[in-house]
Design a binder for this molecule. Structure first.
Ligand SMILES: [Zn+2]
Length: 426
């Protein structure tokens, strides 16, 4: 009898101490920029249930369920979690951590910076399968890291048959997309070969992302049916006829301006090495910062002709971004951050620099936010799940202390980051 009473008392105590919430969260009072390009809601409510957005709108239009945990975000701005549509999730060569742990610390760094999804355009053999595993897990666990979507290894082939085989292997692994390269040099696949590659990808309902530099190669890749240009066209102005063609075919365009910046910016010590927002990621960045801070490395970068030729290429990229955006081409934010063997492409920090450079190229902050959220999701075909603050999407959110429409650098004023309704601990 006494035992039963004690048991009951324990149960009662547990019940009264248990959170009174239903697992439902209501974020109230914040300005909401939903990632579609629509004008922001000046004061809105978002209801999150089981990680998904269950309601969003004016406070008068959204009923907050009883028992919901209310989070007052008055004075803040909420944007969708940022999506890097050209990222790399590569394990560091010679790293002491197991591959999985190394990839997870990178995804955590992305998330800490508000980049809640990274689209991996190129694994290494050492990390291909772990990347896919992390992708498979992410709908089943409470996420404290960025989501990954991955193309696995780049598709390649010396013949059309080999290219098809390469795509088939990747399709069997259930990759999210196919990535291939046209570098503009004699080692490239022939148009017949990459034509077969794209054709095979289409048969498997996989989108193809192509690495290009030259306008001529971009045209050839589009002609073969490629879906996304994964870098800027950097040799000449894009003609308006081709721009119209990209829009007509609904081709995505990923500028990756910081990729080109990273080639030469370390010829001296960049000021951002001391920026507190950059220092947030220092646990991951330190080794590369040390390498890039050495006078010998800087001297080498200054003396390299190839390196110096990227400066005008970046100017060209900036001009073409404006031309293509004005022509209505779908732009997606991407950085090429994390590519192993290319130090100084900071996972997390560079996405914010990329957005600032896109504004400097002439896009409005709203256009850039769309390119980094809803637009990037459309280009990657994950827009049914993420990218906008709309009913039924994962609650991947970045809460900012200042309005990024006033100044795009306000994306660095991070209050909190939420992935699938889970607030990331910083
Ligand atoms: Zn890349």
């Amino acid at each position: 009898m006494t035992r039963t009473l004690v048991f009951l008392a324990v149960v009662l105590a547990a019940l009264t101490q248990a959170p009174t919430t239903s697992g439902v969260i209501a974020l109230t009072g914040a300005r909401i920029i939903d990632g579609t390009g629509r004008a922001p809601l000046q004061q809105g409510t978002i209801v999150v249930n089981k990680g998904f957005i269950e309601a969003v709108g004016e406070p008068t239009a959204v009923k907050i369920p009883p028992g919901a945990t209310r989070v007052d975000l008055s004075g803040k701005t909420i944007i969708p979690g940022l999506i890097n549509s050209h990222a790399h999730l590569n394990v560091q060569q010679g790293a002491t951590l197991p591959v999985r742990d190394d990839l997870i610390r990178r995804l955590k760094t992305y998330a800490m910076y508000g980049v809640t999804s990274a689209v991996n355009l190129g694994s290494r053999t050492a990390d291909e399968l772990e990347g896919l595993k992390l992708r498979d897990e992410q709908t089943r666990v409470v996420l404290d890291r960025a989501r990954i979507y991955t193309g696995g290894l780049n598709a390649v082939g010396k013949t059309p048959e080999e290219a098809r085989k390469s795509v088939n292997r990747l399709a069997d692994l259930k990759v999210d997309l196919i990535k291939y390269h046209i570098n503009g040099n004699p080692n490239d696949m022939t148009p017949d070969t990459y034509g077969a590659l794209v054709d095979e990808a289409q048969k498997k309902s996989l989108r193809t992302f192509v690495h290009i530099f030259y306008l001529e190669d971009a045209k050839a890749a589009v002609e073969k049916g490629s879906d996304v240009l994964a870098h800027s066209i950097r040799d000449q102005d894009v003609d308006l006829q081709f721009a119209a063609e990209l829009k007509r075919r609904n081709i995505g365009y990923i500028p990756t301006l910081t990729r080109d910046l990273s080639v030469f910016v370390y010829e001296t010590r960049p000021a951002f090495f001391d920026e507190p927002f950059f220092r947030r990621g220092i646990a991951l960045y330190q080794e590369e910062v040390d390498h890039l801070s050495s006078p010998a490395t800087q001297q080498q970068i200054r003396n390299d002709k190839q390196t110096q030729s990227i400066k005008p290429a970046l100017e060209q990229a900036i001009r073409n971004l404006k031309i293509l955006s004005d022509a209505g081409v779908q732009i997606a934010m991407g950085t090429d951050s994390g590519a192993e063997g290319n130090p100084g492409r900071w996972q997390g920090y560079f996405e914010h620099v990329e957005m600032e450079m896109m504004v400097k190229a002439g896009l409005t902050p709203m256009q850039v936010i769309v390119a980094a959220t809803g637009g990037a999701a459309r280009v990657t075909k994950v827009d049914s799940k993420i990218g906008t603050i709309q009913l039924g999407k994962w609650a991947d959110l970045v809460v900012l202390n200042a309005n990024p429409l006033d100044n795009i650098r306000n994306t660095r004023q991070i209050h909190s980051v939420w992935v699938g309704g889970n607030r990331i601990k910083n």
